[in-house]
Design a protein around this ligand. Sequence first.
Ligand SMILES: C[S@@+](CC[C@H](N)C(=O)[O-])C[C@H]1O[C@@H](n2cnc3c(N)ncnc32)[C@H](O)[C@@H]1O
Length: 229
Amino acid sequence: MTTATPPKQNRRPKTRHGSDRVPHAAKLYHNLVPAYQALWPAVAGRNIRSAIASVDMPDGASVLEVGVGTGLALPFYPKNIRLTGIDLSEAMLAEAETLIQRRGWDHMSVRPMNAEHLEFDDNQFDVVTSFHTVSVVSDPEKMMREIVRVCRPGGRILIVNHFRSENPLIARVVDSAGNVTRRLGWRTDLELQEIVHELPIRVDARYKPSPFSFFTIMQATCKPDQVSV
Ligand SMILES: C[S@@+](CC[C@H](N)C(=O)[O-])C[C@H]1O[C@@H](n2cnc3c(N)ncnc32)[C@H](O)[C@@H]1O
């Protein structure tokens, strides 16, 4: 698979109504790219690396990363897979594209797409990952339903994100920061249970990368009841 750069006019993300108006998240992340590149890798890189290392990705596995951003996670995947990354923000994707081309990773490609309306067939991917995106999209439950739809039965889902603490005291303190983080398009009050409870998945692991980490890593198996034995 090659990293084709789609023609400029096709790279503009569509809204859910198919119009050409660029959604809020795309504009926001367009403006944030420089700050994001400077600060975010130090905050998030290590968690993503260890999360990816914890999931088996066999030779030739087809992997989808939802909300690939600037491609922070791309160096951490094994080289024997085929990866597609999607994101709503053209500016973020341009950074990911540059990284892919610079490193000559012809097993990876990125394209503009809305996580809430994935343009893929059902059961298309062996592994679907998403890092720090589910609390940014406007409808997290819809994004999760889409992830499950495109992941094959028995496939793996890997999510790294901040979720509301189960400790009420910590949850209240973090909730109070919500007014600030919402301006960055980022909810702090999303509960993991809220987005997984009705999905046909089995949560295999849910843990913090370190005791005081803000983030949670979740690994799940997709549609385990449909796996033929
Ligand atoms: C906090 S960033 C995380 C990026 C990357 N996963 C990382 O960890 O560095 C959130 C990303 O979600 C993207 N995003 C927001 N809403 C989206 C949507 N509806 N569909 C696809 N991507 C979206 C933003 O453009 C941004 O790149």
